[in-house]
Write a protein that binds this ligand. Structure first.
Ligand code: Z5A
Length: 211
């Protein structure tokens, strides 16, 4: 019987370097012989990608905070059942660019949705699935925004003011402090290579637990 795979999530603010890290970390894990699946939220399924195009499109400025929260969880509920759980069951490792912590940070701290409402949605929609490891790329908001600035038109969430992203950053750090056994906070102001090395070091215990 296959051993269950590991579930790693990447979190952080805009321009923190998640996509860059994900590419390097996947290369590293593949070299170690890990079979893996790389996903993103919102997205990763036909339904999820459709949700993504609606939720992030600046042409929909009037989406309410409640609708935004439900859209994120609609994408997530589908992703968990259609892709993540089946992959973990056959021993694949799943690396996901954002997961449920993003809803607490963006829709909770950012948009002011109550934490207990998000927790209720998590209990219902995520089938009890929690990440084995969450890598939080922590970076000053101004640095992340400067990095992301050259990418063309901002999406519907990226147009928010700095104060929104400061709340998001605080919420992520608070969650990391509350769950130190799951989170590893990585100083993302360092070079991409240093960030990758820190992330690789953070995955070591997942291999130990697998043997
Ligand atoms: N969202 C939500 O509100 N609620 C939820 O529940 C979920 C998501 C799941 C997804 O957008 C949006 O959905 C996001 C939160 C919301 N909105 N915002 N804001 P996305 O997937 O399109 O984008 P993102 O997740 O915000 O990531 P990003 O802005 O694309 O950035 P990134 O992936 O973290 O960074 P990157 O692309 O790897 O790097 C950015 C640039 O910096 C690039 O030029 C790199 O070459 C450079 N870079 C990367 N690392 C470094 C280092 N270490 N040094 C210097 N330069 C670097």
């Amino acid at each position: 019987m296959n051993q269950r795979g590991r579930f790693i999530t990447l979190e952080g603010g805009e321009g923190a370097g998640k996509s860059t890290l994900l590419a390097g970390l996947c290369d590293h894990l593949l070299q170690r012989g890990v079979s893996l699946l790389q996903l993103r939220e919102p997205g990763g399924t036909t339904l999820g990608e459709a949700v993504r195009s609606i939720a992030l499109d600046p042409a929909h400025p009037h989406i309410s905070p409640e609708s935004e929260l439900l859209l994120m969880f609609a994408s997530r509920a589908q992703l968990v059942r259609e892709r993540i759980l089946p992959a973990l069951e056959v021993g694949q490792w799943v690396l996901c660019d954002r997961y449920v912590d993003a809803s607490y940070a963006y829709q909770g701290a950012g948009r002011g949705q109550p934490v207990d409402r998000i927790a209720a949605l998590e209990n219902w929609a995520c089938a009890g699935l929690k990440a084995d490891l969450t890598l939080l790329l922590d970076l000053p908001v101004s640095t992340g925004r400067a990095r992301a600035a050259g990418r063309g038109e901002a999406d519907r969430i990226e147009v928010e003011a700095d104060a929104f992203f400061e709340r998001v950053r605080r919420a992520y750090r608070y969650r990391a402090e509350a769950e130190p056994q799951r989170f590893r906070v990585i100083d993302a102001s360092r070079s991409a290579d240093k960030v990758l090395q820190a992330a690789i070091a953070a995955t070591t215990h997942l291999f130990e637990a697998a043997t």
